[in-house]
Design a protein around this ligand. Structure first.
Ligand code: FAD
Length: 388
């Protein structure tokens, strides 16, 4: 079996195959598993990268049926049962990898709702690289504010806009506020970091829409206490080098000069090249009301499953996780209802990954296995060793 991606989804599938006579190859373009829920802490300097990354080889060193391959997946040939690989950092990789069963768990990427030009100006925190870039820009903003004499310019440097009032946006805004109000409080002479404006923008009528309204209200009050301005019912209609333009329903758009904009808005499936394969992709795997079409979907084949992650809510995330239970790939409806009561998205994802493992294994030649640790990991747990 070939598993693409050593994130939560991929690891759960591999761990589920621990006591099976299946030869597993885990392919990832990084040699480490990244604990994504804490990348925002790297972005704000609270954690170092090494604290949230763990080598894939170390995770699976006791699981003898697993080999880890450092390579970038470039293409699939589902007819020939091969994955095309590319080299990472000049490290040699075989061009093709044969599989009997394929699981694609390559994660997600943020959607800019068709405005991909905004990507050049907005920061993200999905990878170690992007979190480090965000950290660099955040800290540089305080330095720049200290250096510029012009007050308008200084205010723009000290205005931080976080787009997306989901759990990640809430955490990020709160963490920047703590950085400004607490960590950096005494470090500058010309500016007072406590004067920084941290603005959390959300298009819906409340933040944390996947949680009960009482929790949204409580979170908003906590953010306000930290000094975060929460702008609900505001839609981003423009991002450029000088700031953000918001539409709040009034005639004229609201312009916020800012040098640091962080985008934490709706994820879509990472665009792997499965659309190019001969099997038609199934649009049924796309969630209803998705802001933009994922470019990578489950091909209509029982031998490939794709686990994916959240968009704006646990419900949507679960809808996107599809697995091969019959001739036709299909999305799990029961996952949708279950996930709506499970706010921990990693939990929902891992539970679905376990289901994918069992379903795939049931279709192979071996006997069915007992369920593995479905749903045992939570977002708050540290990156453990699934094999131990
Ligand atoms: C800041 C932040 C905070 C979060 N907080 C929470 C939280 O509190 N609770 C919660 O439940 N969820 C949270 N999430 C979401 C959660 O982290 C993700 O849902 C989860 O990590 C996704 O796991 P995954 O396995 O689908 O993808 P990923 O973890 O993204 O793993 C995908 C893997 O595939 C590899 N890959 C991608 N493309 C290729 C390729 N072409 N070739 C080879 N390898 C490839 C990548 O290197 C990566 O290792 C948060 C996310 C972020 C960014």
């Amino acid at each position: 079996m070939v598993i693409v991606g050593g994130g939560f989804g991929g690891l759960q599938v591999v761990a589920g195959l621990r006591r099976t006579p299946v030869e597993v190859t885990l392919v990832d373009r990084r040699n480490f598993h990244l604990f994504q829920p804490l990348t925002y802490q790297v972005a704000t300097g609270a954690l170092s990268p090494g604290e949230i990354a763990y080598p894939l080889r170390a995770i699976f060193k006791r699981q003898r049926n697993v080999q880890v391959l450092l390579a970038e997946v470039r293409d699939f040939d589902l007819g020939a049962h091969t994955v095309q690989l590319g080299s990472v950092s000049g490290i040699p990789a075989s061009e093709r990898l044969h599989y009997d069963r394929l699981v694609v768990a390559a994660g997600s990427t943020y959607s800019y709702f068709g405005h991909d030009d905004w990507r050049a100006y907005a920061l993200e925190v999905k990878s170690i690289e992007s979190a480090l870039a965000a950290r660099s820009r955040l800290l540089a903003a305080f330095e720049a504010a200290e250096a510029v004499p012009d007050t308008r310019e200084r205010d723009a440097w000290l205005t931080f806009v976080v787009v997306g009032g989901g759990p990640t946006g809430v955490e990020m805004a709160g963490q920047i506020a703590e950085l400004a109000r607490d960590t950096l409080r005494r470090d500058f002479r010309r500016i007072d970091p406590r004067n920084a404006r941290i603005i959390l923008v959300e298009a819906a009528d409340r933040i944390l829409t996947s949680f009960p309204p009482s929790l949204s209200a409580k979170a908003e009050r906590s953010l306000q206490r930290l000094g975060v301005t929460v702008l609900t019912r505001h839609t981003v209609v423009g991002i450029d080098a000088d700031g953000v333009t918001l539409d709040d329903g009034n005639k004229s758009p609201n312009r916020i000069p800012s040098r640091v904009v962080i985008w934490l808005q709706a994820s879509t499936l990472r665009p792997l090249p499965v659309d190019s394969v001969s099997s038609p992709a199934r649009s049924a795997t796309e969630p209803a009301g998705s802001p933009s079409r994922p470019t990578s979907r489950c091909p209509d084949t029982p031998k490939c499953s794709q686990s994916a992650t959240w968009s704006a809510s646990a419900t949507r995330a679960a809808r996107r996780v599809c697995y091969p239970v019959s001739r036709r790939s299909r999305c799990s409806r029961d996952a949708t209802s279950r996930a709506s009561s499970v706010p921990g998205l990693v939990t929902a994802l891992m539970s679905r990954s376990s289901t994918a493992t069992r379903a795939t294994w049931r279709r192979s030649d071996g006997p069915p296995q007992s369920p593995t640790s479905a749903g045992s990991a939570s977002a708050g747990s540290s990156p453990g060793r699934p094999g131990s």
